[in-house]
Every structure is written in C-alpha cells, then in structure tokens.
Design a protein around this ligand. Sequence first.
Ligand code: FRU
Length: 734
Amino acid sequence: MSLSPALIALLTCAWAAAPAPAAERPDVVVADFEAADYGDWTTTGEAFGDGPAAGTLPGQMQVDGFEGRRLVNSFHGGDGAVGTLTSPPFELSRNHVNLLVGGGGYEGETCVNLRVDGEVVRTAVGPNLRPGGSERLRPRTWDVREYAGRTARIEIVDAHRGGWGHVNVDQITLSDTAADVPPPPVTLERPLLVDGSHLLVPIANPGPDAEAVRLGLFDGDRVVQSFNVALPLDGDPNWTAAYPLGPFDVAGKTLTLKTLGSPVNPQTAAAFDRIAVGSADRVLEPADWTRPYRNAFHLAPRRGWNNDPNGLVYHDGLWHVFYQYNPFGIEWGNMHWGHYTSPDLTTWTERPIALFQNGPGDAMFSGGGFVDARNTAGLGAGRLFVAFTSTGRGECLAHSADGVAFTELPENPVVTHSGRDPKIFRHAPTDRWVMAVYEQEETAETRAVPQSAESAAREADLKTAQIAFYRSADLRTWERTGAFTHPDRRSVFECPELFELPVLKDGEPTGETRWVLYGAQNRYFLGTFDGETFTAESGPHGDAHGAFYAAQTFNNAPDGRRIQIGWLRTPLYLERFPNQTVNQCLSLPHELTLHATPDGPRLRFTPVAELTNLRNDLRFEGEDLSADEATAALTAAAGAPSETLITFAEAGRHTLTIDGVDASFEGTSARIFTDRTVTEIYADDGRRLTVRTRPDSAFEDPASRVAAGERVASLRVYGLASIWPPAGSSPAGD
Ligand code: FRU
C-alpha cells in the first residue's frame, strides 16, 4: 500500500493532536529460562530436571514455539515423572503477565499458576489431552490489574503421570501490553463424498507455516484410515499428495473427515477445506520425475518420503523392491510399503502401494520378501510372501499370487516380542524357515553378553539389542531358537540380514563358505549358522558407509547372486526448493561377495553388471592425465547423472570433487556414480563403499576437481540415463 503525501500529512496531524499516551513502562522479564540452571527458582520432584532444557528432550516430539535456546520442559524422566518449579516472589508491577505455554492440558496437573497470597488467581494449561497433538508452545496472557503492586509467585506444576504428563513454559514477562493470543484450538469436521479415486491432501513442507495434525476418515463410526500430516497455516500448500482410496472400498460413500487427537490451530481450516476427492492426475505432474533434486537413476517414490528398502525378492522373472513410504509428506511418518518391479534391475515400474498402515498407531515397518517354492504354507507353490512389522501387533506375513495385491495370514501376528524388521529365508539343511529379527528386550543372551562401556556411552538405549532367530515349518507357527548379540550393540541394531556366501580367493571359489550376519549400521559378523544358532568367528567388520543405512539383500536371486540395496539418507533442500515434493532414495543394487584376505574373509561391494545398461554416452575417455587435465575433463563431463571410472597412478588417499560433491577415496581406482543428490563411490574393487550427499551449495557451484600433484592413469566418464519417464510422457505404472 502507498499513501499519498496529503493523507500522510492528515494522519500525522491527527496523531499529533491525540492526547499523549501514558508513559510506556518497559516490560519486566520475570524469567527467560536461558541459563543452564533455575537460579532462585525451586524445584520438587524429578520432572523439571536440574535446569531449563535445551529444547526437545530424548523421546519427546519436536518442541518448538519457545524463545531463545532453553525453556522449562517437565519431560525429564518422561511423562511418568512429576514435580513443581516455583519462582521467588516478585511484584505485579505491570498490567499483564505474558508467557508461553505448551504440553499437557490437564487442569491443576500440567499447569502454570499465578499465586497471590498463596491463592491460585490465574492458571494456564497446554493444549494436549489425547495422543497426537503438538509440543508447540503458544502465547498466553493474564490481566492482573486487580492485583497491581501485590507480591506474587509463579508455580509450574507437573502432577500427571500418563500421556501428555508434562508441561512446557517459557518467557514469563510483565507488560502493559497483553500478548497477542491466537484463537483457541478447534476440532474440524466435514463430510466427504468419495466420487473419485484419490484423496488429495494439501501438504506443508517443514517450516513455521506447517501445522502437524492427525486426520481421520470415517465411514459412520468405522475408521477407514487415519494419518499424520502437516497442513499449511496460510492455506497455501507446497504440494498436494494423492492417496489411493480404491483399496478401502468406499466408492460412492459419504465419509466424514475429522481432525483427531487434540484440537488444532483454527488457521488450518482453509487447508482442511481444500482436502478433496478426485483423480491423481489433478495434482501429479510429469515434472515430478525430473525435479532438480530428484535423483535420476536411484529409486524413490514419485512424491513423499522413503526410508528402508523392504521385501527384496526375485519372483517369476521380476525383481521386487518395496520400501518404507510416507505418502503424506517429505519427512518420516505414516509407514506404508511402496513398490517397484524390474525385469533387469535398471528398468522400473511403479506399482500400487502394497501394504497400508492401519493408522499411524499400526504402521507397516520393515521386513523381507521370500518365495514359498514348496507350498509349505498351503497357499500354492511359488507364492510370493512379505514379512513386516505391524507396529500395533507384531511380526506379520502377507502373501500374493500376482506380486501386486497382498493378503495377510489369518495367524498374524506370527511373532510377538519387543522388536522389528523380520527377514525370512529357507534354511535348506534343516528344511525350515528361519526368521532373523531385531529384538530389544532383556533375554538370556543379552545377560550373557552385556553391552560394553563404550557402547553404553554411545547408545545407552541399545542395552538389550540383539538379533533373534525363530524357525517354522509352515510359516504360520514360529518358535524362538536363540539370539546373537555383541558388546558393541550398534552392530546388532535393526534390519538384520543373514545369508551364506562362498569364500573366493583371486575370484575363484575356495570351496569354503561363511554365514554373514549384517545389521542396519553395516557392521557384519562372519561365522556359521546351523538353522538355530549363529556362531561368530569374527566381527564386527565393516563401517558406516556414509549415508547408507538399513540395507537388505534379495532373496531367491538367480545364480546364487547376493544383491544388496540400502537406504540413502539425503538432506532436505528446502531453502533452495521450498516446494520439494520428494525426499530420500534407495541405493543402486550392488553384489556382495566374500574374498579371502590375510586377515580372513571380507565383503566386497560391486555394482550389478546390469547397471552398464544405463550408460548412454561416453563423455570422456583418456589416459595418463595431469591433475589439471583430469580436472578439465571432469569439469566438462561429470555433471549428474554420470558414472566416472578413475584410476590414479598410485595407491593412497585421493582427494577428488565431482559435480560439487566430495568423491575422495582410499585405494587406486573407483567407480563413482553421481546423481542429483547422492554420490556412490565404489573404491578399490569394491573393498570400500562410501555414499555422500550433495551439499546445498553444490547446486550453485557443481565444481569438479582432482587435487594438484595427482597423476591419473585412466579416466572414463559416461552419461547415464534416467530411470524415470521423460517429462511430458505418461508416467510408468499410472
Ligand atoms: C530403520 C527403521 C526400521 C523400521 C523402519 C521404520 O531405518 O527404523 O528399524 O522398521 O525404519 O520406518
């Protein structure tokens, strides 16, 4: 808006003519809770800890809305702890007390009180009474004019032990101006006619305009689905999710859409009203496949978030890759299983969601895939199975005749324990199925092999981590046969893998084999397995591999191949791409082989031979290059998507940047796969695998460089094809 000079003159005049406002008394800060201790304030009980918390405490949802770096957070010791925190006396020397309050909504139990002469004269609670909700603190204000000049104390109370049994408080100020208090939270509800194929949900990417809510879709009293989603406060989404309604059998019905859990910020109403039913075509765009931050030859969902690869199995001529999938945001949550298939590990077809969560409280966590070749479950020979953790139930199995639509076993859950990530395979010598599964409860095995002090200092919560083994003849009933653990608990954490590999020497079989027990953090043990017990001969070996996590191998791969895919953990690029629609990806498939070394057998990681299908042009080929020549060649040729094969004249640690990403490695040669946000470096004939992610700055400056003084014996750079449909064409699998 621009004001004319005449109007400005008039306004200035009017203001000058108005009576002078009462002298503004400056605000008085009663407490900003920025120190490491509570100073003159006194505590009782455990809930308030020794001092203000530096934000979120372990096990707590993200706390925000406080000022500075610290706040009062009574989640010390979790929701079970109770206590009080009381201020020294102070004078009510201004008209208002302004403060920030969050946490539990229990009157008198998770509250902040103002006491005058010992009497509670004002009180405030957080907004949350039910599961879900938000840890955000919100402004509150008390008009205290009637107590002007009186002495008061603030008392913060946590007397509630169950869910939301804590309170968050910050920035208590005396002021003559009442704080702007947002309108009270509301519950939103509206009918929704299912006259189309998808639920279209406006999504806010992480940031101050994103409000976390839980939405429920109801058919009468029956919950059709519920999910956690961040709605935009200003009504303007960053992108829109398209969620298939077909599998819920609700076509033609009028459902009710509601916010669940604690009431929500009323500013989400505009976005809530924009939630619609319609065709996915209304919101999906061909450009989804070609966004600048979308990897060109690494698997990822079309939109949303992925983490672990799941259900890896070869079946009837197709490689199946499922993955942990959040259809409703670019951060972790709402775990479904997404699905791709390929005849050749390089051409991929997007398939419908294979496993749907039953609300966020019963999500579909990781597990493996396998084939019941001999019909042990009585559902037909060659039936495809997946094993998964249902977070609300336990370890479960589902099967499929066509590899696309899955049906659960009526016996589910087949194993109940505190754990997750079942991997099932056939153990031929005992003619039994074996489940290797992450377990986290005290057992004879964790007592016999306690956690080391070093591991306890690094990962205290993994005290009871172990990989348990169960066996079964028919897939329907399972019996625990034992567990393996190690003092270094990170080596037996999450997503276990167990398989047998031949030991090679100079590339040839030695006749020996070893069993490999492999954990999510890429540490592995070598040993024997008799169908019940894993006995380690050596380990843990291996390292973290950079941004590579929760890997899994294909069951049933032809020719005894052991092919692994992991989750590549990439950053968000919201500063540059605020409307980012997809986040994370899976690694390239690479083959695991076991090689004799003077220290005993060790794994190597080799990209599968099929990946050469992706090469579409030889951008550079040269030999015996100086560092400057190699730098010039890479600068001209190595932009993503590309594959670089580099051999240095000498072995050692080589410093190298390709397309803005650190591609340094140890050894003589490496194959380096450069995609838009990830770089995979297979060095020294697969002895070392490192994954690095693109720093945000590299979008501006995608430089390539070989360190001065280096000599390059040979260099080849290939351009690689995208595995996605080109922009403008109709996408695969739709
Ligand atoms: C590993 C993991 C698994 C779990 C899954 C949930 O990244 O934590 O243990 O099943 O992710 O998405």
